[in-house]
Write a protein that binds this ligand. Structure first.
Ligand SMILES: Cc1cc2nc3c(=O)[nH]c(=O)nc-3n(C[C@H](O)[C@H](O)[C@H](O)COP(=O)(O)OP(=O)(O)OC[C@H]3O[C@@H](n4cnc5c(N)ncnc54)[C@H](O)[C@@H]3O)c2cc1C
Ligand code: SF4
Length: 323
């Protein structure tokens, strides 16, 4: 591994100044970043360790919602009594992520900001539009695990399990920036390659995620999270469906967000409209799963996979509602 300097800032201002130096990177638990450094895919001269900053490792329950610090470990979120009782879909997506050991280390901020798993991007020998080069190796290459929607520029998918459920709950992402603090909703935070092929999240130079708020007003009447993956022990999803029914007690305020099929989580309001309690809602909702898809040579299987997952999610959310 190429040597690098570790900087432990004492406050946010120092963290932002240090990371703005040439070739520096933020690090939380390092489960993604250190792998990329070991694989010579990332080679920062210095790493700014966010764990030395105070106040980012707590979960705060308020009347408006639950604030989760960016440095809170995934396992601490999924086992938190209030998150479990108010936002169970969030806990369920975490339980499906990685391994218990990684969930015990990995942080919420790092999960949201991890880099995509495209094997070309994670191999030092390949240059493409996503790392400052041109073209896309996956387009005519090995694209089995790549995206089927919005895949013209880059088909690497958003790897974070938290991303779709945060979009479904309209989570608020609080960002520390040089001008103070700014907030984005999760669907503004995750961006696709048309906005900027080099970034997956809407963070500007020097900015970092401080905390995330799950709004009370988006608590679901019922919910489901379904994913398919190649390996059952641990793996990233090949496709996932997050379904929230009757958010905030508002009948018909549903959310369907697809994961692992596009560069950013994909909300599907056309599918949401088909979930109406009718006898044929499953057939109607799953029947349009592939609308707008542009599958590549090896990933067309994701369309029938999504159809199955949507049906499973509706059945599961309906049965949960009925108790
Ligand atoms: C075997 C394996 C299986 C996995 N399976 C899954 C899975 O199924 N689902 C899933 O979601 N993930 C999966 N992961 C990925 C794992 O969840 C991430 O590696 C982890 O969440 C990253 O968190 P971290 O704190 O270690 O981040 P780090 O590695 O420290 O950082 C990751 C990136 O985020 C940036 N960053 C970190 N914190 C912040 C912040 N607060 N603000 C701005 N930028 C920040 C860093 O600069 C870096 O670029 C898997 C990982 C492994 C190794
Ligand atoms: S899918 Fe994206 S990251 Fe992978 S090779 Fe193509 S452009 Fe690069």
């Amino acid at each position: 591994m190429r040597p690098f300097k570790v900087i432990r800032p004492v406050n946010e201002k120092e963290a932002m100044e240090q990371v703005s130096e040439d070739n520096a990177s933020y690090m939380a638990a390092g489960t993604d970043l250190l792998n990329r450094i070991k694989e010579h895919v990332a080679s920062p001269d210095s790493v700014v360790d966010l764990k030395s900053l105070p106040g980012m490792n707590t979960i705060e329950v308020t009347d408006q919602g639950i604030w989760i610090g960016a440095l809170v470990r995934l396992s601490a979120v999924s086992s938190h009594a209030d998150v479990l009782s108010r936002f169970p879909a969030v806990c369920e997506t975490i339980i499906h992520a990685a391994t218990p050991q990684i969930r015990n280390m990995a942080t919420v901020g790092g999960n949201l900001c991890q880099k995509p798993r495209c094997w070309y991007l994670r191999h030092e020998g390949y240059s493409c539009v996503k790392n400052g080069g041109t073209g896309c190796w996956a387009r005519d290459g090995e694209n089995e695990f790549h995206g089927i929607f919005d895949n013209q520029i880059c088909s690497a998918t958003q790897p974070s399990n938290l991303a779709p459920v945060f979009v479904a709950h309209e989570a608020v992402i609080e960002i520390a920036s040089k001008d103070g603090v700014r907030e984005l909703t999760a669907d503004q935070f995750f961006i696709g390659p048309a906005s900027d092929p080099l970034r997956e999240v809407s963070l500007e130079e020097g900015e970092f995620v401080r905390r995330v708020m799950l709004p009370e007003s988006t608590r679901a009447g019922s919910w489901a999270y379904e994913e398919a993956r190649e390996k059952q022990s641990f793996d990233w999803a090949q496709a996932s469906v997050t379904l929230l029914l009757d958010r905030g007690g508002r009948k018909g305020d549903h959310r369907v967000v697809l994961g692992a099929v596009s560069p950013a989580p994909l909300r599907r309001s056309d599918i949401e409209k088909k979930i109406d309690g009718s006898d044929d809602e499953i057939a109607e909702a799953s029947g349009i799963a592939g609308a707008g898809a542009t599958p590549l040579s090896e990933n067309g299987y994701k369309i029938p996979m999504l159809k199955g997952l949507i049906g499973k999610a509706i059945r599961s959310a309906r049965s949960r509602k009925e108790g």
